[in-house]
Design a protein around this ligand. Structure first.
Ligand SMILES: NC(=O)C1=CN([C@@H]2O[C@H](COP(=O)(O)OP(=O)(O)OC[C@H]3O[C@@H](n4cnc5c(N)ncnc54)[C@H](O)[C@@H]3O)[C@@H](O)[C@H]2O)C=CC1
Ligand SMILES: CC(C)CC(=O)C(=O)O
Ligand SMILES: [Mg+2]
Length: 369
């Protein structure tokens, strides 16, 4: 059976990182008969340059019909002045919304070899394995009204609206509880019920969902600001964290640095399983952005992108053994002391994007033999 992959490399370091995944796909097709069929499109600033929008209707349709979408990164200073509606990030937000990718899984794993690369003491992050489950299609990113209005007195007002309905909280909480059952069976829900009505509802619905269907899972509630503090004080206390779109965005960048670099964190954005086929729409993307400060230099860390492809193998194609091998290949390469600049340490060998990708592919093929 063919497996269709739609690649959207995007801007900045997106295409550089995606290039390393392309090599792995080519290897899996030629050496393992994996049967991936790939197509590619434009998203973000490069799409705006080509046709004046952050993603074309044609590419949206391809993303909609693919078994999985692989996404690099979008944005950069070149497009700072383009109209808000067609800014590069709008392409990613439209993909998430139109494909209804409500569940964003962001695992933060500290590979043993990288315990020294974290800004925290090694003993705080050694063995770290947490999963942030971020709600991705609601909240302040999408709530209406969202506008800047002129108050007519020389003042303007910027408005964003945080909105959550019961069903949105219920379905993301259920995903978090189900995933916790495959891990350490603990969920920490984060909101700000002390100042936000949406936080009060979030807390109530998570509690009710837990009581109704997941009472075997340990549940804790934490205010999101305190949660940020606890993430850097004692991160290993967490197993699964479930939180809203904005808090999830911020807390996962924090978690990234526990693992050594933003260049290490993959993610999977998943929709609901189709009632008939059981298949879910899915997009896989690194947590980092387009990193304009290092784009074009061939030094970006491709591990977040490669690990996102490992998540794709696991969640979209049920290729669990291959996903495990690819993740093991990453760990082995790090054990060998091969490092991109962002995770460089004394006694290690610094390499560029392409050498890191080659080293992971070599290890992956050795593990597959
Ligand atoms: N999913 C996406 O496409 C995202 C896009 N963005 C966009 O990216 C642009 C830049 O945003 P920033 O806030 O600078 O965030 P960023 O994640 O692009 O970069 C933050 C810092 O981390 C470093 N970094 C990130 N990924 C790296 C990698 N793979 N290897 C080595 N170093 C890495 C960068 O060099 C930079 O110093 C903006 O236009 C922003 O809107 C930001 C986040 C997510
Ligand atoms: C639309 C994105 C640029 C927002 C973001 O930072 C993210 O989703 O990680
Ligand atoms: Mg982010």
């Amino acid at each position: 059976m063919t497996k269709s992959l739609f690649l959207l490399p995007g801007d900045g370091i997106g295409p550089e990182a995606m290039g390393e995944v392309r090599k792995i796909i080519a290897y899996m097709n030629s050496e393992q008969g994996a049967g991936f069929e790939t197509d590619e499109g434009l998203v973000g600033g490069c799409a705006y340059d080509a046709h004046g929008s952050a993603i074309s209707e044609g590419d949206m349709a391809k993303a909609m019909n693919a078994d999985a979408v692989l996404f690099g990164a979008v944005g950069g200073p070149k497009w700072d002045e383009v109209p808000y509606e067609v800014r590069p990030e709008a392409g990613l937000l439209r993909l998430r919304k139109d494909l209804e990718l409500f569940a964003n899984l962001r695992p933060a794993i500290c590979y043993p070899a990288l315990a020294n690369a974290s800004s925290l003491k090694p003993e705080l992050v050694e063995g770290l394995d947490i999963l942030i489950v971020r709600e991705l299609t609601g909240g302040v990113y999408f709530g209406e009204p969202k506008e800047i209005i002129d108050l007519g007195n020389g003042q303007k007002r910027g408005i964003d609206t945080q909105v959550y309905d019961t069903y949105e909280i219920e379905r993301i909480a259920s995903v978090a509880f189900e995933l916790a059952r495959t891990r350490k069976n603990r969920v920490c829900s984060m909101e700000k019920r002390n100042v936000m009505k949406s936080g009060v509802l979030w807390n109530q619905v998570v509690t009710e969902t837990h009581k109704r269907a997941f009472s075997d899972v340990e549940l804790e509630h934490m205010l999101a600001d305190a949660g940020g503090m606890q993430l850097v004080r004692a991160p290993k206390q967490f197993d699964v964290i479930v939180t809203d779109n904005l808090f999830g965005d911020m807390l996962s960048d924090v978690a990234a640095m526990l693992t050594g670099s933003l260049g290490m964190l993959p993610s999977a954005s998943l929709g609901a399983p189709d009632a008939k086929t059981g298949k879910r729409k899915a997009l896989y993307e690194p947590v980092h952005g387009s990193a304009p400060d290092i784009a074009g230099k061939g030094i970006a860390n491709p591990i977040a992108m490669i690990a996102s492809f490992a998540m794709c193998l696991r969640y979209s194609f049920n290729m669990v053994a291959e996903a495990d091998r690819l993740e093991k290949a990453i760990a082995n390469v790090l054990d060998q002391g091969i490092r991109t600049g962002d995770i460089m340490a004394d006694g290690c060998r610094q390499v560029g994007t392409s050498e890191m990708g080659d080293a992971i592919l070599k290890e992956f093929s050795a593990l597959s033999a």
